[in-house]
Design a protein around this ligand. Sequence first.
Ligand code: MLT
Length: 325
Amino acid sequence: MKLRFVRSALALLLAATAFQVSAQDFPNRAITMVMPYAAGGPGDTITRLFAGAMQKHLGQQIVVDNTAGASGSIGTAKVARAKADGYTLLMIHVSHATNLAMYKSLPYHPVDDFEPIGRATSGPMVIVARNEFPAKNLNEFVAYVKANGPKVSLAHAGVGSASHLCGLMMMNALGIKLNEIPYKGTGPALTDLMGGQVDILCDQTSGTVPSVKGGKIKAYASAGKVRLPQLPEVPAITDAGVEGFDINISFGLYAPKGTPKPVLDQLNSALQKSVADPEVRQRLEVMGISAVSLDQARPEALRQHLKNEIDTLGSLLVKAGVKAN
Ligand code: MLT
């Protein structure tokens, strides 16, 4: 009996020591940063920017893994199940909050199964359309979608995604129903918009500003109360008297629950240096995105932001009768 006790105590001590050693020499190999939406979208753009900036400070490569599908919940579940050693991270936005309301059988809890590392960015959205969409300006756009609702196809990245939320706010504000076409991310949605296979999309500016400036799609309005400095000729949706419409999307970085504190501190330090990096801030700004301030790039700020989004946006979706499964 005594021997068995000694053996199990020794085993525990060895395991704890090994864990401490691994935390002390973190990172000693490449890190995976999961972006749970398809490559080529606004989230992918932001994730790759931060992966490139953070790896400089951590001294190890950060590989971006686009595990997409089911409004980001497949990639998120992958991180929830990963070993809590700091080598698998999640970069995600509002769908980390909305999926809790959307899916009855979500294989993780957005708060209980993750350690918040910090917020990274925040940014507006813009309503864009294929170039041949039959409306010359915002007022004509509003008149057309009101008159043709279900005949107009609205692309989005799955229920609870940023593009879906924006589309929902638009439908609620205009009192219309559109024909929703879901994708695994707004990267592939944008490809179909440019090809004319789908009519309209409300997307984050990190996905759309370059395509609007390149003349591949056209923008009707910013999805809020103010014009975008990057697209000064594009009105705000409220300029057409459309109220109750303002959306801002923020990305945050998470690790699996149980990741050691010294590892989380190192990851947070690299995130802090990245949000303060002038090159990162400038590359985001040209896309209409802001890196957050240092106090927002902290675990408690992300924890509070997630709670706010769960409390507000989740209920908006439930009120709208939206369910994923
Ligand atoms: C993406 O990166 O594809 C978007 O963030 C998806 C979305 O609309 O939420």
